[in-house]
Design a binder for this molecule. Structure first.
Ligand code: PLP
Length: 354
């Protein structure tokens, strides 16, 4: 079976973990700080704050911006549920705006009609590694004085006209094993705002700046030095892996004439966390056929967030036709950097036989 994702762990990661285990400093320490510094430089921002997951990065970032009960945050319904749940965790209300047909990201043309006096932030998600239309989103945010949170959990290194995602607003990244780099579990917040960085550091560590003086309600959302050591080794390899993902995606697109393939705007770098096609026939049959032919696939995501039972129970009744249709048609194919040319050819020939 060609797997849909394959975490790559080399000798560098193993040596780095053993060095931390032997050092005796296991929890958040010097390695976390080093990882934060390197990740900030990678994104072109002043600060990076490591957290225990992408979900806790989002939750912490929203809290660090002062978002809470009574506030509304505009976001996309076509994402992993953590993007929207992080808003609920703060007591604020997610407000969903439909997506674009081409990028599957939030449609900026529909945002302004959902802005109210309670809207505090726009939480955009760079789905599959494809940047949102950040020029339009930043324009709307400026016009209405809104905070921008970028869910870049799937988009390490993606950029818009040379500017990395996570540097437009406050960025949130995930290092879950299927992601473009991993620390097993882990997350990172990126920001140029000194105040937001300071609050995020406090919230991640029980609301304290000075040891055992707790200024605000905080959490234990820390990353460990063991994880940061893995992250540092992975970060060294990210450029090479991203180039491979992009080359694999290009190969697939050039050889798949019969399905809707991903689109990338001019000047945008899509880092292909996922390579997602759309099919018009019975998707379950397509998944079964590909599986029988030894090709792993995945559906990201089969049900938009506003239609999830948990959101229905909260009273959400939005009709968001593009997200609803796209969620019935998408299938992600393997695009990870470990694929060989022979495997790419197998994927191509099986998809073309559908
Ligand atoms: C778009 C998006 N947002 C948030 C998350 C949450 O990240 P994590 O699983 O590290 O908590 C993920 C990853 O799973 C994701 O893909």
């Amino acid at each position: 079976m060609i797997p849909i994702a394959k975490p790559l762990m080399g000798e560098e990661e193993k040596r780095a973990v053993i060095a931390v285990l032997e050092s005796g400093q296991l929890a958040q320490g010097a390695k976390v700080q080093e990882f934060e510094g390197r990740f900030a430089a990678f994104c072109g921002v002043k600060h990076a704050i490591a957290t225990s997951s992408g979900t806790t990065a989002l939750h912490t970032a929203l809290l660090a911006h002062g978002i809470g009960p009574g506030d509304e945050v505009i976001t996309t319904p076509f994402t992993f549920i953590a993007s929207a749940n992080s808003i609920l965790f703060t007591g604020a209300k997610p407000v969903f705006v439909d997506i674009e047909e081409g990028s599957y990201n939030i449609n900026p043309a529909l945002i302004e009609e959902r802005i109210t006096s309670r809207t505090k932030a726009l939480l955009s998600v760079h789905l599959y590694g494809n940047p949102c239309d950040m020029e339009a989103i930043m324009g709307i945010a400026d016009k209405h004085s809104l905070i921008v949170i970028e869910d870049a959990c799937q988009a390490h290194g993606a950029s818009v006209h040379g500017k990395k995602v996570g540097s437009f607003g406050t960025g949130c990244f995930s290092f879950y094993p299927t992601k473009n780099i991993t620390t097993a579990e882990g997350g990172m917040i990126t920001t140029n705002d000194d105040g937001v960085a300071e609050w995020a550091r406090m919230i991640r560590q029980h609301g304290m700046r000075k040891r055992y003086y707790h200024e605000v309600l905080g959490y234990n959302f820390r990353l460990t030095d063991i994880q940061a050591a893995i992250g540092l080794a992975q970060l060294e390899k990210l450029a090479e892996w991203t180039a491979k993902r992009i080359a694999n995606a290009k190969y697939l697109t050039e050889h798949l004439p019969n399905v809707v393939t991903p689109t990338v705007r001019d000047g945008y770098v899509h880092v292909f966390h996922q390579y997602t096609i759309r099919v018009s026939g019975d998707r379950d049959v397509v998944v079964e056929k590909l599986s029988a032919a030894g090709i792993g696939t995945a559906i990201y995501y089969p049900l938009p967030v506003h239609q999830q039972p948990v959101y229905r129970q909260l009273g959400y009744q939005d009709s968001l036709p593009v997200a609803e249709q796209v969620s019935r048609q998408v299938i992600s194919l393997p695009v990870h950097p470990a694929l060989t040319l022979a495997e790419l050819d197998r994927i191509v020939s099986e998809v073309n036989r559908l």
